[in-house]
Ligand binder design. Sequence first.
Ligand SMILES: Cc1ncc(COP(=O)(O)O)c(C=O)c1O
Length: 285
Amino acid sequence: MPSSPNLFVYHQQEIIPLEKAYLHISDLAVQRGYGIFDFFKIQNNVPLFLDDYLARFYESARLMDLPVPFTPDELKKVLYQLMAKNQIPESGIKMVLTGGYSEDGYTPAAPNLIITQQPVSLPTEEIIQQGIKIITYSFVRELAPAKTINYTTGIRLMKEVKAQGATDVLYYHNEVITEFPRSNFFIVTHDNQVRTPEQDVLKGITRKNVLELADKKYPTAAGTVTLTDLAQAKEAFLTSTTKRIIPIVQVNDQIIGNGQPGPVTLDLLQDLTTLENQHALVASF
Ligand SMILES: Cc1ncc(COP(=O)(O)O)c(C=O)c1O
């Protein structure tokens, strides 16, 4: 169990110390890996883009047929109570909804809602300056629009990613790129078009923000991106809540562009950081 003194969590209708929060072994999350979750960032005590994350959480629950035991407004109240209790101005909150305590180890029961809050760390300046190497792997996530707790393939491949001196693995299927286990993918073409896969991906909130920001300055497209498109791209990057934007400079043995983080990528990172800082200034409690 991670040792995180003084952290409080929401579990079974109560806000309790982390070390007292236990789930029974009959939960379908344990027995069958059945559940969904979502994760958002808190900056300056303000949850960023909360409504977008809540909408995705409810949509994932709907796709997995898991009833959320609260309305969005009730859930928000619980989230603010937890934030007030923990007092971690720069952090992340994870909401997990499990298949519940199943009688027969297969049939879903009343879902368990678990909410945790922890400090988050963003990528270092060094990673941004250097960019990362990634490898590719043929795989499509089952029920891609849902943020399920199933990360089997990504976790199983961690050793291989490390062995290749890479940082992450990009999924593709029949030459068509989808996403990373925990991030979305973008390329910048030679005519500065910003493109991201649209099918078989989790619609990341960072992806949405980056698409909107890019649309103000560059041609953008959400559609098919192939391995050939990637091989010909000028720049590539990934997006996620905790990583914001990380430049990709190598895919397998191939260098992308000139092997350095590209100007469009870095420009969009600056715009995203500014957008997040603007949101964080709107103190909401
Ligand atoms: C499969 C998958 N794709 C993309 C993302 C990135 O989404 P977001 O920008 O909302 O963090 C995640 C986040 O965990 C994910 O699990």
